[in-house]
Design a protein around this ligand. Structure first.
Ligand SMILES: Cc1ncc(C[n+]2csc(CCOP(=O)(O)OP(=O)(O)O)c2C)c(N)n1
Length: 390
């Protein structure tokens, strides 16, 4: 298994990068600590059954998140995976809204419909978490194509795991991104495992930065435990994508300190291995450097930590006191139905006539025969026959 520092640095030094301005450095540390404590508390809330479904934590991967997101412009698009709480927080989504989403409440950033895997914040161009492994790659190519069509300077950052690099969508997306010269940076967050399967047992090519080369996508690598290295490499990759219309694949070497999800007995790795990687905790590495270079005192770091804990308390209180979505809103926002979209309509066995989901709450309940299917042609667009569909 590649050690992060040895893999990323040829000179053996912990980091070759200069610190950014003091305010920026403090903000990056703050963002990483916020993600760490948010994740820890999310885990506790899951154990207390305040959070349903699955919960995938990114503890240990904070530098990959903050380093990359801070290299983006506000107009750039970001899409990640089901391990996405940190991406939402780093992009600036209110911690209250992220926690409320975990709790399934109406005040959540996806109105309580998405939960842990489906954070979303269009205003900040965070196009979501995504539950299907590798399913976010073609979408990222779509964002890149859209930027190209519209003639903007916007780039897209797409993060995914080492396991996702084995999906068919990986090769398909690399090919089109290179062919169409899309402004997309693909960031493979190599945390050494796809669920319980180690990298060398699931991928024939373990030098993941090279995995896109045959498709025309060059690779770069960063030390994902070092926020400065991650930032510098992703910034350069985004520049190439934006200015040279050259998609790039960046491999970030990191490690997740916790299990794949909350339901992971972790029988595939030893405690010693976890302890070894924890010695390069990205938050400790960065805060130690800030203290060593006089940017912050140890007391400042402690105060920042306490401030974040209070903020998380507030987010939990907010989430816990927020209402659940009312049952009659079940069909709201299920499909996008503008006048231009000939879409699928909702049906319910209690109100079986095809209708817009948003109208469900006002529908008369009929005792008609229970069925559910989609209404192919609602009369607003060309017929199925004309579209060649069935
Ligand atoms: C298409 C698909 N297959 C399988 C799964 C189940 N699954 C969820 S996460 C995961 C492992 C993915 O590992 P990796 O891409 O390395 O990301 P990580 O979880 O390490 O962040 C699998 C197999 C899924 N969600 N989607």
């Amino acid at each position: 298994m590649a050690k992060a520092s040895a893999a990323a640095r040829s000179d053996g030094a912990e980091t070759a990068h200069q610190l950014p301005d003091a305010d920026v450095a403090r903000e990056w540390l703050h963002a990483m600590i916020l993600i760490r404590h948010f994740e820890e508390r999310a885990g506790e809330m899951y154990a207390k059954a305040k959070v349903g479904g699955f919960l995938h934590l990114a503890i240990g991967e904070e530098a990959t998140i903050v380093g990359s997101v801070r290299a983006m412009r506000a107009e750039d698009y970001l899409i990640s995976t089901y391990r996405s709480h940190g991406h939402a927080l780093a992009r600036g989504t209110d911690p209250n809204a992220v926690m409320a989403e975990l709790f399934g409440r109406e005040t959540g950033c996806s109105k309580g419909r998405g939960g842990s895997m489906h954070m979303f914040d269009l205003e900040r161009r965070f196009m979501g978490g995504y539950g299907i492994v590798g399913g976010n790659l073609p979408l990222a190519a779509g964002f890149g194509l859209s930027s190209d069509y519209l003639g903007t300077e916007d780039a897209t950052l797409c993060t995914f795991g080492d396991g996702a690099s084995n999906q068919g969508t990986f090769g398909e997306t690399m090919n089109l991104a290179a062919l169409w010269k899309l402004p997309v940076v693909f960031m493979v967050t190599n945390n050494q495992f796809g669920m319980g399967t180690a990298l060398e047992r699931h991928s024939a090519v373990t030098d993941l930065q090279r995995k896109g080369e045959g498709f025309g996508v060059p690779g770069m690598r960063c030390d994902g435990m070092d926020v400065l290295d991650t930032h510098a490499v992703i910034r350069e990759a985004l520049r190439r994508a934006r200015e040279e219309r050259q998609p790039v694949l960046v491999e970030a070497i990191t490690y997740r300190f916790r299990g794949h999800s909350m339901a992971d007995p972790e029988e595939y790795r030893t405690k010693e291995q976890v302890a070894e990687w924890r010695q390069r905790d990205p938050i400790t590495l960065f805060s130690d450097r800030l203290v060593a270079e006089g940017v912050m005192s140890a007391e400042d770091v402690e105060a920042l930590d306490a401030e974040v804990m209070a903020r998380i308390d507030e987010a939990v209180a907010f989430a816990d006191s927020s209402p659940f979505p009312p049952p009659e809103s079940l069909y709201d926002n299920v499909y996008v139905l503008g006048g231009q979209v000939r879409g699928w309509y909702s049906v319910d066995e209690r109100s079986p006539e095809p209708h817009r989901g948003e109208d469900e709450r006002d529908m008369a309940i009929s005792g008609g025969e229970a069925y559910s299917h989609h209404a192919g042609d609602m009369g607003s667009g060309p017929s199925d026959e004309a579209q060649g569909t069935k």
